[in-house]
Design a protein around this ligand. Structure first.
Ligand SMILES: C[S@@+](CC[C@H](N)C(=O)[O-])C[C@H]1O[C@@H](n2cnc3c(N)ncnc32)[C@H](O)[C@@H]1O
Length: 225
Protein backbone atom coordinates (compact mmCIF):
# COMPACT_ATOMS: atom_id res chain seq x y z
CA UNK A 1 0.00 0.00 0.00
CA UNK A 2 1.36 3.47 -0.93
CA UNK A 3 1.76 6.04 1.90
CA UNK A 4 -0.14 9.27 1.05
CA UNK A 5 2.16 12.27 0.32
CA UNK A 6 0.85 14.51 3.19
CA UNK A 7 1.75 11.73 5.68
CA UNK A 8 5.26 11.41 4.19
CA UNK A 9 5.73 15.19 4.50
CA UNK A 10 4.54 15.11 8.12
CA UNK A 11 6.93 12.24 8.93
CA UNK A 12 9.86 14.09 7.31
CA UNK A 13 9.18 17.31 9.24
CA UNK A 14 8.88 15.39 12.56
CA UNK A 15 12.23 13.61 11.94
CA UNK A 16 13.93 16.82 10.88
CA UNK A 17 12.64 18.68 13.97
CA UNK A 18 13.84 15.80 16.17
CA UNK A 19 17.29 15.99 14.57
CA UNK A 20 17.47 19.74 15.21
CA UNK A 21 16.43 19.29 18.86
CA UNK A 22 19.03 16.51 19.34
CA UNK A 23 21.73 18.70 17.79
CA UNK A 24 20.74 21.66 19.97
CA UNK A 25 20.88 19.44 23.06
CA UNK A 26 24.54 18.57 22.35
CA UNK A 27 27.10 20.80 23.99
CA UNK A 28 29.73 22.51 21.84
CA UNK A 29 32.23 19.89 23.11
CA UNK A 30 29.99 16.99 22.06
CA UNK A 31 29.45 18.51 18.62
CA UNK A 32 33.19 18.71 18.08
CA UNK A 33 33.56 15.00 18.91
CA UNK A 34 30.62 13.87 16.78
CA UNK A 35 31.51 13.79 13.11
CA UNK A 36 34.62 15.94 13.31
CA UNK A 37 36.61 13.05 11.85
CA UNK A 38 34.04 11.62 9.44
CA UNK A 39 36.09 12.30 6.28
CA UNK A 40 38.71 9.53 6.52
CA UNK A 41 40.34 10.31 3.16
CA UNK A 42 40.90 13.92 4.19
CA UNK A 43 42.24 13.01 7.64
CA UNK A 44 44.57 10.39 6.13
CA UNK A 45 46.60 13.30 4.68
CA UNK A 46 47.17 14.53 8.24
CA UNK A 47 47.49 11.28 10.25
CA UNK A 48 49.61 9.46 7.65
CA UNK A 49 51.76 12.45 6.64
CA UNK A 50 55.24 11.19 5.79
CA UNK A 51 56.89 13.68 8.18
CA UNK A 52 54.92 12.37 11.21
CA UNK A 53 57.45 9.58 11.89
CA UNK A 54 60.11 12.23 12.65
CA UNK A 55 58.30 13.37 15.81
CA UNK A 56 55.91 10.49 16.51
CA UNK A 57 58.81 7.98 16.63
CA UNK A 58 56.45 4.99 16.34
CA UNK A 59 59.23 2.37 16.47
CA UNK A 60 60.56 3.85 19.70
CA UNK A 61 57.06 3.90 21.25
CA UNK A 62 56.38 0.29 20.23
CA UNK A 63 59.80 -0.89 21.42
CA UNK A 64 59.28 0.76 24.82
CA UNK A 65 56.04 -1.21 25.27
CA UNK A 66 57.74 -4.61 24.77
CA UNK A 67 54.78 -5.96 22.81
CA UNK A 68 54.66 -9.74 22.47
CA UNK A 69 54.11 -11.55 19.16
CA UNK A 70 50.83 -13.01 20.42
CA UNK A 71 49.48 -9.95 22.20
CA UNK A 72 45.93 -8.74 21.73
CA UNK A 73 45.78 -4.95 21.37
CA UNK A 74 43.01 -2.37 21.05
CA UNK A 75 43.78 1.09 19.67
CA UNK A 76 40.96 3.46 20.67
CA UNK A 77 40.55 6.36 18.23
CA UNK A 78 42.31 4.28 15.61
CA UNK A 79 41.25 6.47 12.65
CA UNK A 80 43.29 5.63 9.52
CA UNK A 81 45.51 3.15 11.37
CA UNK A 82 48.85 4.86 11.90
CA UNK A 83 49.67 2.80 15.00
CA UNK A 84 47.33 -0.18 14.44
CA UNK A 85 49.10 -1.31 11.23
CA UNK A 86 52.43 -1.19 13.08
CA UNK A 87 50.96 -3.10 16.04
CA UNK A 88 49.59 -5.74 13.65
CA UNK A 89 53.07 -6.26 12.20
CA UNK A 90 54.60 -6.53 15.70
CA UNK A 91 51.91 -8.76 17.26
CA UNK A 92 51.89 -10.85 14.09
CA UNK A 93 50.41 -13.94 15.77
CA UNK A 94 48.06 -11.91 17.96
CA UNK A 95 45.14 -9.61 17.18
CA UNK A 96 44.73 -5.87 16.83
CA UNK A 97 41.40 -4.05 17.07
CA UNK A 98 41.16 -0.49 15.78
CA UNK A 99 38.24 1.14 17.56
CA UNK A 100 36.66 4.35 16.28
CA UNK A 101 33.27 6.04 16.58
CA UNK A 102 33.33 7.23 12.95
CA UNK A 103 32.00 4.55 10.55
CA UNK A 104 34.06 6.01 7.68
CA UNK A 105 37.29 5.64 9.66
CA UNK A 106 36.36 2.04 10.50
CA UNK A 107 35.70 1.26 6.81
CA UNK A 108 38.93 3.01 5.79
CA UNK A 109 41.05 0.97 8.20
CA UNK A 110 39.38 -2.32 7.30
CA UNK A 111 40.12 -1.63 3.63
CA UNK A 112 43.72 -0.75 4.54
CA UNK A 113 44.15 -3.98 6.55
CA UNK A 114 42.96 -5.96 3.54
CA UNK A 115 45.19 -4.04 1.13
CA UNK A 116 48.24 -4.38 3.40
CA UNK A 117 47.50 -8.11 3.96
CA UNK A 118 47.13 -7.83 7.72
CA UNK A 119 44.51 -10.47 8.60
CA UNK A 120 45.12 -9.93 12.33
CA UNK A 121 43.92 -6.30 12.13
CA UNK A 122 40.23 -5.47 12.33
CA UNK A 123 38.55 -2.13 12.85
CA UNK A 124 35.39 -2.09 14.92
CA UNK A 125 32.80 0.65 15.51
CA UNK A 126 32.82 1.77 19.13
CA UNK A 127 30.44 4.04 20.98
CA UNK A 128 31.37 7.38 22.55
CA UNK A 129 30.83 5.93 26.05
CA UNK A 130 31.94 2.32 25.42
CA UNK A 131 34.66 1.09 23.02
CA UNK A 132 32.90 -2.27 22.51
CA UNK A 133 36.20 -4.16 22.18
CA UNK A 134 35.31 -7.71 21.01
CA UNK A 135 37.55 -9.51 23.56
CA UNK A 136 39.82 -8.84 26.56
CA UNK A 137 43.16 -7.35 25.54
CA UNK A 138 46.75 -7.13 26.79
CA UNK A 139 47.07 -3.50 25.78
CA UNK A 140 44.72 -0.57 25.20
CA UNK A 141 46.51 2.18 23.30
CA UNK A 142 45.09 5.70 22.96
CA UNK A 143 47.09 8.15 20.84
CA UNK A 144 46.04 11.80 20.44
CA UNK A 145 42.48 10.82 21.35
CA UNK A 146 42.24 10.93 25.17
CA UNK A 147 41.22 14.59 25.07
CA UNK A 148 38.33 13.76 22.70
CA UNK A 149 36.77 11.25 25.10
CA UNK A 150 33.88 12.64 27.12
CA UNK A 151 32.85 11.60 30.67
CA UNK A 152 36.29 10.09 31.15
CA UNK A 153 35.72 8.94 34.76
CA UNK A 154 32.92 6.59 33.70
CA UNK A 155 34.62 5.72 30.42
CA UNK A 156 37.82 4.46 32.06
CA UNK A 157 35.96 2.68 34.89
CA UNK A 158 34.05 0.80 32.19
CA UNK A 159 37.22 0.15 30.17
CA UNK A 160 38.64 -2.14 32.88
CA UNK A 161 36.31 -4.96 31.83
CA UNK A 162 38.23 -5.17 28.52
CA UNK A 163 41.69 -5.48 30.07
CA UNK A 164 43.20 -8.89 30.78
CA UNK A 165 44.77 -9.41 34.20
CA UNK A 166 47.93 -7.24 34.17
CA UNK A 167 46.71 -5.63 30.93
CA UNK A 168 48.08 -2.14 30.27
CA UNK A 169 46.53 1.16 29.25
CA UNK A 170 48.78 3.53 27.28
CA UNK A 171 48.02 7.20 26.69
CA UNK A 172 50.07 9.21 24.19
CA UNK A 173 49.04 12.84 23.83
CA UNK A 174 50.37 16.32 23.17
CA UNK A 175 52.02 18.37 25.88
CA UNK A 176 50.64 21.77 26.81
CA UNK A 177 52.42 24.80 25.37
CA UNK A 178 53.29 26.01 21.90
CA UNK A 179 54.17 23.13 19.58
CA UNK A 180 54.56 22.93 15.78
CA UNK A 181 52.00 20.07 15.65
CA UNK A 182 48.87 18.98 17.53
CA UNK A 183 45.51 20.44 18.53
CA UNK A 184 44.86 23.97 19.82
CA UNK A 185 46.07 24.75 23.34
CA UNK A 186 42.57 24.79 24.87
CA UNK A 187 41.91 21.20 23.77
CA UNK A 188 45.09 19.78 25.28
CA UNK A 189 45.36 18.17 28.72
CA UNK A 190 48.48 18.20 30.82
CA UNK A 191 50.14 14.93 31.77
CA UNK A 192 49.29 15.70 35.43
CA UNK A 193 45.57 15.96 34.53
CA UNK A 194 45.65 12.57 32.76
CA UNK A 195 47.48 10.91 35.66
CA UNK A 196 45.05 12.49 38.17
CA UNK A 197 41.96 11.39 36.23
CA UNK A 198 43.17 7.83 35.71
CA UNK A 199 44.32 7.46 39.31
CA UNK A 200 40.83 8.56 40.40
CA UNK A 201 39.36 5.98 38.00
CA UNK A 202 41.39 3.22 39.71
CA UNK A 203 44.55 2.92 37.61
CA UNK A 204 48.17 3.08 38.74
CA UNK A 205 51.04 4.40 36.67
CA UNK A 206 53.91 2.19 35.46
CA UNK A 207 57.21 3.44 34.10
CA UNK A 208 57.97 3.91 30.42
CA UNK A 209 61.16 4.83 28.62
CA UNK A 210 59.87 6.45 25.42
CA UNK A 211 60.83 10.11 25.06
CA UNK A 212 58.96 12.03 22.38
CA UNK A 213 59.61 15.66 21.44
CA UNK A 214 55.99 16.90 21.68
CA UNK A 215 54.03 14.22 23.53
CA UNK A 216 53.95 12.29 26.78
CA UNK A 217 53.68 8.50 26.88
CA UNK A 218 51.90 7.28 30.03
CA UNK A 219 51.42 3.62 30.92
CA UNK A 220 48.89 2.36 33.49
CA UNK A 221 47.50 -0.83 34.93
CA UNK A 222 44.08 -1.23 36.52
CA UNK A 223 44.10 -1.56 40.29
CA UNK A 224 46.01 0.16 43.05
CA UNK A 225 49.42 -0.91 44.36
C1 LIG B 1 42.98 13.01 16.43
S1 LIG B 1 42.34 11.50 15.84
C2 LIG B 1 43.65 10.41 16.34
C3 LIG B 1 43.92 9.33 15.34
C4 LIG B 1 44.94 8.27 15.66
N1 LIG B 1 44.91 7.77 17.03
C5 LIG B 1 46.35 8.72 15.32
O1 LIG B 1 47.17 8.89 16.23
O2 LIG B 1 46.63 8.87 14.11
C6 LIG B 1 41.05 11.06 16.94
C7 LIG B 1 40.21 9.87 16.51
O3 LIG B 1 39.46 9.42 17.65
C8 LIG B 1 38.12 9.14 17.28
N2 LIG B 1 37.33 9.26 18.51
C9 LIG B 1 36.90 10.36 19.16
N3 LIG B 1 36.24 10.02 20.29
C10 LIG B 1 36.28 8.67 20.36
C11 LIG B 1 35.77 7.70 21.29
N4 LIG B 1 35.10 8.05 22.37
N5 LIG B 1 35.98 6.39 21.02
C12 LIG B 1 36.68 6.00 19.92
N6 LIG B 1 37.16 6.86 19.00
C13 LIG B 1 36.96 8.18 19.23
C14 LIG B 1 37.81 10.14 16.18
O4 LIG B 1 36.75 9.72 15.37
C15 LIG B 1 39.16 10.18 15.44
O5 LIG B 1 39.23 9.23 14.41
Amino acid sequence: MKTPIPILLLLFSVLSAQHKVQHKMMTEEERSVHHRFDDAEKWADVFEDSTRDEWQLPDEVIKSLAIGKEDVIADIGSATGYFPVRFARTASSGRVYGIDIEPNQVDYLNARAKRDKLPNLESVLGEANDPKIPEKVDLVFICNTYHHILNRGDYFENLKQYLKRNGRLVIVDFRKGELPVGPPEEMKLSKETVIGELTAAGYRQLSNSAKLPYQYVLVFQAGHK
